[in-house]
Write a protein that binds this ligand. Structure first.
Ligand code: C2E
Ligand code: MG
Ligand code: MG
Ligand code: MG
Length: 281
């Protein structure tokens, strides 16, 4: 009976493996089809001054308008895109779309703020990101100061040695660089000093701790002190409540982003955001 059972279990696991591989292959093919059919679009989420609510910049966040599953957030497909390498094609599209949107806003006389683009560590290879940025800025006639990039901490710290030259070249172009999800990985202080960084974006897990117990703000307090010493700005991600905003103001955090201030919106709604003096609710 044990034998049968064992065999049965193997079958069961094989089946699960088979299903998961099949699901992956399907999704990979769907991602490739989505590229072909132009199903990706960008939403923009404002980043504001913590003290005044003034719009400082926007983050481009990719969305997938799936024909049957509806609008899918980056969270639900970016990892798969990275694992399958489809992220390279997606990354190129994102940079092109951001520059096209910036050009369209300019043409409409909308004084847009700089847009940050998320770049996965997987996208860096042979100066590819630098070339894409240069090419699309030129193609759409956009000044480099209107673009910024966000690099996730965990991915960067593993690869920063290899791509240091490319990152330096990107900042020499006048494109600002931030570390994303700061605190979720392990940063090396010398590396942070060596990279020409603009800001640290604190992972939303730490924002969620604010107001929760006596140690809730410790990570922010420590990071703010370090950032001041390094001359970097600090952005709180994932601000969801009035209480979190109030604590961040007391801590003198520089910038805020999160659903409490504004949700990510389609490009068409950006003009209305830019017209507002103050984005605080
Ligand atoms: P991220 O760069 O840290 O972006 C912030 C994520 O938090 C976004 O999820 C955003 O929609 C979400 N968010 C914003 N405010 C709040 C809030 O108040 N509460 C909560 N719970 N969440 C909030 P999204 O769009 O699903 O993106 C997930 C991640 O996917 C991003 O994290 C980024 O690492 C990556 N990503 C997004 N767009 C792109 C892209 O165009 N290229 C690449 N390579 N990665 C991207
Ligand atoms: Mg980001
Ligand atoms: Mg983040
Ligand atoms: Mg994140």
């Amino acid at each position: 009976a044990a034998k049968t059972n064992c065999k049965g279990q193997f079958r069961f696991y094989d089946r699960m493996l088979y299903e998961s591989i099949k699901m992956r292959l399907n999704t990979e093919q769907e991602l490739l089809l989505a590229l072909k059919e132009d199903q990706f679009l960008l939403h923009y989420q404002p980043r504001v001054a913590a003290s005044s609510g003034t719009l400082i910049g926007m983050e481009a966040l990719i969305r997938w308008q799936h024909p049957t599953r509806g609008l899918i957030a980056a969270h639900d497909f970016i990892e798969l895109a990275e694992e399958t390498g489809v992220i390279n094609a997606i990354g190129a599209i994102v940079i092109d779309k951001v520059c096209a949107d910036l050009a369209a806003w300019r043409a409409q006389g909308i004084h847009a703020v700089p847009v940050s683009v998320n770049i996965s560590a997987h996208q860096f290879h042979d100066g590819k990101v630098k070339n894409l940025l240069a090419e699309h800025l030129a193609k759409h006639g956009i000044p480099a100061a209107m673009l910024a990039i966000e690099l996730s901490e965990s991915a960067m710290m593993r690869n920063a040695g290899d791509i240091f030259e490319e990152l330096s070249a990107i900042s020499r172009m006048g494109i600002k660089m931030s570390i994303d999800d700061f605190g979720a990985g392990y940063s090396s202080l010398p590396l942070l000093q060596r990279l020409d960084l603009h800001a640290l974006k604190i992972d939303q897990a730490f924002t969620a701790q604010l107001g929760r117990g006596p140690d809730g703000a410790t990570f922010f307090t420590a990071t703010l002190a370090m950032a001041r010493a390094l001359g970097l700005r600090v952005v709180a991600e994932g601000v969801e409540t009035a209480e979190q905003l109030q604590i961040l103001q007391t801590l003198a955090c520089d910038e805020i982003q999160g659903n409490y201030i504004a949700l990510p919106v389609p490009a068409i709604e950006v003009a209305a955001l830019i017209r507002q003096q103050n984005l605080f609710p």
